[in-house]
Design a protein around this ligand. Structure first.
Ligand code: BGC
Length: 397
């Protein structure tokens, strides 16, 4: 499997720190907010060379990171050359370490001005996103992989939460709580995101050589007996609509963490269990295989990249076991003829998990006072697997 992407993923807001022009920063600082703050995050805005070096030294060949739209366009139509130059330095640094840069244009956060002006439902949101993509494209000419929008299905929820927060109805944006069943993604917003994706894809195809796609939060849903109709309805609303938009793209990003059942009432909350992860989700490494197979069925002919997969745990041995099992389900799908081009683990670093710090997904631990990085055994393990290019018997032992 030459050219298989073996990497780790991150997002700007979760690791950079001080993204003060972004809507999330504003939300965190409202009086009614009950969330933990991102603050300096893990200071990757300054320490990205070290982050990349650790990944490359371990044996990984790809790093997925995102651009912060709010830094690049802090006011409508006002673009920061310094911010673009910063992200260009990140691309050059990755290339210098032999890491393939995999760049996301938008990962859950927006410039505050964009959200306060109606967000995706605001005036000319699609044109605004395409205009931002045009500016981003000026630094992406030699980047091989670009994602326009991260998890558009979850992005519809996050857009709705921003509205509820602005109106004072909500006090937290945190979605990784044990008993939560997220509301169904709203199709009206999803359709706008699909348009924004298509517009940005046109811009990128015209101005870069990048393979372009978007990444979908795949739920690995399964029906309880007798609930097949409800299951089909929920699965379409939750993910297949978004996967369908990837037909004709250069790839589709599959992001998978856990699996849930659907009964006649809809998605069933994760049953309480000591095995649940720190995010409150059921421990289901096999979810990745289910997610890949569903994506392949819905988007026939579109190559798949696993753009996120991982586990929130303090027990790094458990992270290795989870990843080993998830990778086995990935390679079973490959053996069955499914075209999977890469595996990017979430996350490179322990980071700001959208409103709290407790769920640690990282291959690298970070001391949030000194910002000292400590690679975990799981990073060494994944790097070894990457060097071999495939799992072997007893890898997780
Ligand atoms: C998101 C990440 C998030 C991860 C774990 C994905 O939905 O893209 O930003 O940290 O899941 O919750």
């Amino acid at each position: 499997m030459t050219n298989f992407l073996w990497g780790a993923a991150s997002s700007a807001y979760q690791i950079e720190g001080n993204n003060t022009a972004s809507d999330w920063w504003w939300i965190e600082h409202q009086a009614q907010s009950s969330m933990e703050r991102s603050g300096d995050a893990v200071d990757s805005y300054h320490r990205y060379p070290e982050d990349m070096r650790l990944l490359a030294e371990a044996g990984l060949n790809t790093y997925r990171f995102s651009l912060e739209w709010a830094r690049i366009e802090p006011a409508p139509g006002e673009f920061s050359r310094a911010a673009l130059a910063h992200y260009r330095r990140m691309i050059d640094t990755a290339l210098g370490f032999g890491l393939t840069p995999f760049v996301t244009l938008q990962h859950f956060t927006h410039p505050l001005w964009f959200s306060q002006d109606g967000g995706w439902h605001g005036p000319k949101s699609v044109e605004r996103f395409a205009r931002y993509a045009e500016q981003a494209a000026t630094i992406l000419h030699d980047v091989p992989w670009v994602c326009t929008i991260n998890e558009p299905n979850v992005e519809t929820l996050s857009a709705r939460l921003v509205d509820r927060f602005v109106s004072g109805e909500a006090t937290s944006m945190t979605v990784t709580t044990p008993d939560i069943v997220l509301p169904t993604p709203d199709r009206a917003t999803g359709s706008i995101l699909a348009e924004a994706h298509a517009a940005a894809k046109d811009v990128l195809r015209e101005n870069t050589d990048a393979k372009t796609g978007w990444t979908v939060a795949c739920q690995a849903l399964t029906p309880t007996p007798g609930s097949e109709d409800k299951f089909a309805e929920v699965k379409y609303a939750w993910e297949d609509f978004y996967l369908e938009q990837s037909r004709g793209d250069d790839y589709v990003g599959v992001q998978s963490y856990t699996s849930q059942t659907v009964d006649e009432n809809g998605i069933v909350p994760h049953p309480e269990s000591p095995d649940n992860t720190l995010a409150g989700w059921a421990y289901r490494p096999d979810a990745l295989g289910i997610a890949i197979r569903n994506a392949a069925e819905v988007t026939p002919g579109t190559p798949i990249v696993v753009t996120e997969n991982g586990i929130a745990t303090h027990d790094d041995e458990r992270r290795i076991r989870y990843t080993d099992e998830a990778l086995r389900s990935l390679f079973d799908a490959v053996d069955d003829g499914i075209d999977v081009r890469g595996y990017l683990h979430w996350s490179a670093l322990d980071n700001f998990e959208w409103g709290h710090w407790e769920p640690t997904f990282g291959l690298i631990a970070v001391d949030r006072t000194t910002f000292e990085r400590t690679p975990k055994p799981s990073l060494r393990w994944l790097g070894e697997v990457a060097r071999k290019g495939r799992l072997q018997e007893g890898d997780a032992a």
